[in-house]
Design a protein around this ligand. Structure first.
Ligand SMILES: [Zn+2]
Length: 264
């Protein structure tokens, strides 16, 4: 079993503030990276316990959030921004068997979700695909679903777990933080979060081996609607090829290939 692990920092236990912990000039950014990396390592241990043969981590946080020196010896890391064009990266991921997400947060606009956002915490009001609000979990699952790679596990904030279960009822989740508001949360301890992730991700892989979870696929054609907080952000998007302006703050992008649409 070859596993792709998408990671983010905003759904990690102990990470609660964009300014202090998720932005690269934050005073506790390095400490937050260490918290994420320990959760990644716990997940890798769990996957190896359950028979994973290869683990590729994709550092999904914009400025990069993996503390490389601490990273588990058995994983490889895809990192760096700007990312390669996805078709370049895809040669290295399309033959994997399953994917998982660690440190995930809920989509923008979920009131109780700590650090809720979709892609950009500073510019995006929402993403909709074919009229349905989506967050980064749906983006990741649909992208990999197109390669027949199912999302079988997600750890992170409580609303992110609910979001994943609504999308993929068979998924296993591990909640390590309960959001109270965008800026506050109740985290379980670092030690407990790592133990929980290790145990639940191993169970998820075992369960998938016995009773495979289908990859997430939605029917084409696709219309991706992207609403910004400000008009100048929509101005910039409208000037890029393929976007159509819908209103002062919103653009849309249409296509039949989910991988070409979902990360616009
Ligand atoms: Zn992030």
């Amino acid at each position: 079993m070859k596993v792709i692990m998408g990671t983010d920092i905003e759904g990690v236990a102990g990470v609660v503030s964009f300014t202090d912990q998720a932005y690269p000039d934050g005073r506790y950014y390095d400490a937050a990276k260490k918290l994420l990396t320990a959760e990644i390592n716990a997940a890798a241990d769990g996957l190896l316990d359950a028979g994973a043969t290869e683990i590729m981590v994709f550092d999904g946080h914009g400025p990069g959030a993996v503390y490389f020196e601490d990273l588990h010896p058995e994983v490889k890391l895809i990192h760096g921004r700007p990312t390669s064009p996805l078709y370049v990266r895809d040669r290295f991921v399309k033959d994997f068997d399953v994917c998982v997400m660690i440190g995930q947060h809920a989509m923008a606009g979920i009131q109780t979700s700590n650090m809720n956002h979709t892609q950009s915490s500073r510019t995006i009001d929402y993403y909709k695909l074919n009229g349905k609000l989506i967050g980064e979990t749906a983006q990741f699952a649909l992208y990999h679903g197109d390669f027949d790679i199912p999302l079988i596990f997600l750890s992170g904030e409580a609303d992110a777990c609910d979001e994943a279960e609504a999308l993929i009822p068979e998924i296993t989740t591990a909640c390590v933080k309960q959001g109270l508001s965008r800026g506050s949360a109740i985290s379980i301890s670092a030690q407990k979060s790592r133990a929980l992730i290790r145990e639940k991700i191993a169970a998820a892989l075992q369960k998938h081996k016995k009773d495979p979870i289908p990859p997430l696929k939605w029917e084409a054609p696709y219309v991706l609607e992207k609403r910004f907080f400000h008009t100048h952000e929509a101005d910039a998007a409208e000037s890029m090829v393929g976007y159509e302006r819908i209103d002062s703050q919103t653009v849309q992008f249409k296509g039949d290939n989910i991988r070409e649409v979902i990360y616009r």
